[in-house]
Write a protein of this length. Structure first.
Length: 302
């Protein structure tokens, strides 16, 4: 491994699996299957390793270089491996400073493996599935109460309505978190936003019809226009979006609620509204507001 490991920022290994399959290349998938102690990662954390690349992290730097060696051995001979680090490990020269124990499964996936195909289909259809493997046999199945394995939810999506620095900061931090981000600005300029996001210039209704928010979608309303806010909140609160928040002063909230009630929003729908938006951390600047919003969305997902 090099002195710096930016690929360790990647947590979802599906893009690596898909890219390797598209190249016709085998890839090794390493999964934490049991963990004890206070390590930084838990069961289900993964790395993906090819002959030339590695991504993901399992311990914060303690074992990754050694894991890559084992993964490339599995790529070479095709044999799955079960590896233990920490208490009871034969690798006494590889320490876990946290004093814990990690059990890993290393497996080789061929580019034509049906599990990769099924994961790709589930992602395209935005379905929650569970990946299970014993190293030789793999399955991708709908998630259920009794389903054991590594859960793969649809990619987190963030929809931001607005165009000022607050909206851009929220969208930008969503991108940094690795989320899919769309920006809605009705009657906005033809020029694209200064961020690599989906851009929607039509009406709120058109944008929501195109985006079809689901339970893995968060909606942040930040237009500073009472009527646009109202329109966006009606569509967002009537959708299955997991999170709906609106930027604005607390003193404006009673009027917002009255208008939403008059529009026919139910008490249950209104109970989902986060207003003012974001965690109460005393945020004032666009960057601080973005931290508060993204933090509140993450807290809801836990």
């Amino acid at each position: 491994m090099s002195d710096w490991y930016p690929a360790g920022l990647e947590d979802d290994m599906r893009p690596r699996l898909f890219a390797a399959a598209d190249r016709g290349e085998a890839i090794a998938l390493v999964t934490i299957v049991a963990a004890e102690g206070g390590g930084p990662r838990g069961v289900g954390a993964q790395m993906a390793i090819t002959a030339a690349e590695a991504a993901g992290f399992l311990s914060g730097g303690c074992i990754e270089a050694d894991v890559i060696l084992h993964a490339r051995a599995t790529l070479a001979d095709g044999q799955p491996r079960e590896i233990v680090y920490g208490r009871g490990s034969p690798y006494v020269d590889t320490k876990l400073p946290c004093g814990g124990r990690l059990e890993l499964l290393v497996e080789r996936l061929e580019p034509t493996d049906p599990a990769i195909r099924d994961l790709r289909l589930a992602e395209a259809q935005r379905r929650l599935v569970v990946y299970a493997s014993d190293g030789r046999r793999r399955s991708v199945a709908p998630a259920g109460d009794e389903t054991a394995g590594r859960a793969y939810p649809p990619r987190q999506r963030l929809v931001v309505i607005g165009s000022d620095p607050f909206a851009l900061a929220i969208a930008g931090l969503g991108l940094t978190a690795g989320w899919s981000v769309d920006l809605i600005r009705p009657k906005g300029p033809e020029a694209a936003p200064p961020l690599p996001v989906g851009y929607h210039r039509g009406t709120i209704a058109q944008a929501f019809a195109d985006l079809r928010p689901d339970p893995w979608t968060a909606v942040a309303v930040a237009t500073h226009d009472a009527d646009l806010d109202h329109d966006a909140l009606i569509h967002a609160l009537r959708s299955p979006a997991e999170y709906v928040g609106v930027l604005g002063a607390r003193r404006r909230l009673p009027d917002r609620i009255r208008r939403l009630v008059a529009a026919g929003l139910s008490p249950e729908a209104l109970s989902r509204l986060k207003a003012p938006i974001g965690l109460a951390i005393g945020a004032r600047t666009p960057a601080e507001i973005a931290v508060a919003v993204i933090g509140e969305i993450i807290a809801m997902r836990r």
